[in-house]
Design a binder for this molecule. Structure first.
Ligand SMILES: Cc1cc2nc3c(=O)[nH]c(=O)nc-3n(C[C@H](O)[C@H](O)[C@H](O)COP(=O)(O)O)c2cc1C
Ligand SMILES: [Mn+2]
Length: 537
């Protein structure tokens, strides 16, 4: 009998790996799936992208309602112009929300607006092609900490599992894509034709709120994708809001050092996994499109942009191509932000648009941010859960973690730890202040492992009961979210950690007996468990 060659053994496996992903073909496929599961509502009522979509979406987001597809978007021409930096300061009248709309032309937009597509745990999970987004946390944990395989068969199986997880993640270049069915260049470019939302009354103008901003590192050529809002200034000029700590800003500075412009593609839509990849705090140098491929279990297909040397996902609804000149700045904002306040207007880089490409019958994807909870709260929760295994890799004593949605992404962290030595809580606080996106956290609360940090009632009980503010706090300082309006300076400010663990004898000057938490003994609990059904309670 002839033994099959390795090629023959691998061939069927290769075929399965190359098979079409289970992921969405494109954004409208995702909308179809949402609708078929009763998760999307079409709205035929005429509604304006100027504030009205926000008011409807805000009510629906706050009550855990469905995704919305506004099919009849009408309004007045976009109000554009130089924003007034003072208009977002409390009590100042705004020049952007004139009481009268007289004299402005009515517009019927050609594009439906989709919003709140990821606004519940279920839809955020659907956006990541899974039943619940914890599944991706488990996949990552498995990749990071595989059980050491023993024996040849186990090793081979583990190799196959690894291959299956990693192989489909490489982005793949293709010759054409729906995102370029329609191409507008030069004078044909007119972004005011898009139903870009003016979200809140004091906003400095319309803003693209779900943008996937593609750039290349001018030194290494490596791709970056970040979600940085884009303000519409006029038909082909926009504000580019990459903040001081973000990769887009780094790459623009590197381009400046080389005396170059930085080319940019702002993509909208595509598999919703791209949104998640763009906001993910990936380790430096990890390609967001590779990560998106991992999430959707199928490679992202990329096409060459028309006027810049960048690749964009073929399945996008729309692509705005252009460049940023690092020497140029323009007032950006104010913008009703995820902090729940208007972020004030500041100078930011300017995006000059060279082309807009889109599919025929494109849908415009959007979100709004504002006082939590909002749709982005679920995006943030998914980040917290999916990246938790990576945090545990560096700080393994962390048992669980909760960044409450009310604290924005950066204000508050509740962390439980397996305490093993005096001062352990302080080690963990400092670790958090040194970890990627977590480093912006202003208030860190550290608890013993038996505290359920997902339960705010328990958190408050332990905080109040175990903390002496004089002894059990640590003041520190460091980078904070650039949007934080309360910090000492823009992007820099104070931090405080609370040690809410039980104190050990001698720890940090504690020299009394520490009392025990009241709990019932196990044998009595078991006895009561056994009689419980008879008690009729
Ligand atoms: C809805 C939403 C809007 C965001 N807007 C901005 C923004 O305008 N500017 C910014 O710097 N970061 C913004 N972020 C956060 C970044 O997308 C996030 O920090 C991302 O990880 C940055 O990627 P980078 O590390 O490649 O720069 C936003 C996040 C979300 C969820
Ligand atoms: Mn990045």
């Amino acid at each position: 009998m002839r033994c099959p060659g390795i090629g023959q053994i691998l061939a069927p496996i290769e075929r399965t790996l190359d098979a079409d992903p289970m992921a969405y073909r494109d954004f409208q496929h995702f909308l179809d799936v949402l609708e078929s599961k009763g998760e999307l509502r079409r709205i035929g009522e005429p509604v304006s992208p100027y504030l009205e979509i926000t008011e409807i979406a805000d009510r629906v987001m706050k009550s855990g309602g469905p995704a919305l597809l506004f099919e009849n978007v009408v309004g007045r021409e976009h109000r554009l112009g130089t924003p007034n930096p003072r208009s977002a300061i409390m009590g100042q009248p705004s020049i952007h929300a004139p009481a009268s709309l007289q004299g402005e032309r009515a517009v019927k937009y050609d594009f439906p607006v989709a919003i709140n597509t990821m606004g519940t745990r279920k839809r955020m999970s659907m956006a990541l092609s899974c039943e619940d987004f914890e599944e991706h946390a488990e996949r990552i944990a498995h990749l990071l900490k595989p059980d050491v395989p023993r024996g040849l068969i186990d090793k081979a199986r583990f190799g196959m599992e690894l291959l299956k997880e990693v192989k489909p993640t490489q982005p793949k270049e293709v010759g054409s894509g729906i995102c370029q069915e329609v191409v507008m260049q030069g004078d044909e470019v007119d972004l005011t034709k898009l139903p870009i939302l003016t979200c809140w009354p004091e906003d400095g103008g319309p803003f693209v709120t779900l943008p996937l901003v593609f750039t290349h590192d001018p030194n290494t050529g490596k791709r970056n994708v970040g979600m940085y809002r884009v303000q519409l200034y006029d038909r082909n000029t926009c504000g580019m809001h990459w903040q001081m700590h973000k990769t887009g800003m780094r790459q623009m500075e590197d381009a400046a050092a080389k005396g170059q412009r930085l080319e940019v593609c702002v993509c909208l839509g595509g598999d919703p996994a791209y949104n998640f990849a763009a906001i993910s705090p990936l380790p430096p140098g990890i390609d967001e499109m590779l990560f998106a491929g991992f999430l959707r279990r199928g490679n992202v297909r990329m096409v060459k942009a028309k006027t810049v040397d960048l690749m964009v996902p073929a399945d996008c609804e729309m692509v705005i191509e252009g460049y940023v000149d690092p020497s140029e700045r323009r007032l950006e904002g104010p913008f009703g932000d995820h902090t729940g306040y208007y972020s004030l207007a500041y100078d930011f880089p300017v995006l000059h648009v060279t082309a807009v490409t889109m599919r025929k019958k494109a849908v415009y994807p959007a979100t709004i941010v504002g006082q939590p909870p909002m749709e982005d709260g679920w995006m943030g929760k998914a980040v917290e859960r999916i990246f938790f295994p990576m945090i545990k890799l560096t700080v393994p004593e962390i048992v669980d973690m909760n960044l409450p949605v009310e604290g924005g992404f950066h204000n508050i962290a509740f962390v439980s730890i397996r305490k093993k030595y005096p001062g352990h809580a302080y080690k963990v606080m400092n670790a958090i202040w040194g970890l990627g996106g977590l480093s912006y956290t202003k208030l860190v609360f550290v608890f013993d492992e038996d505290c359920d940090v997902q339960n705010i009632g328990e958190v408050l009980f332990r905080l109040g009961a175990n903390c002496d503010p004089l002894r059990d706090t640590l003041l520190s300082k460091g980078p904070v979210d650039q949007l934080d309006h309360a910090s000492l300076e823009e992007g820099f400010g104070g931090k405080i950690g609370f040690d809410c663990t039980h104190k050990w004898p001698g720890e940090n000057g504690f020299n009394r007996d520490y009392p025990k938490l009241i709990t019932m003994s196990d044998d009595v609990k078991a006895k009561v468990d056994a009689m419980w059904s008879r008690l009729g309670l």
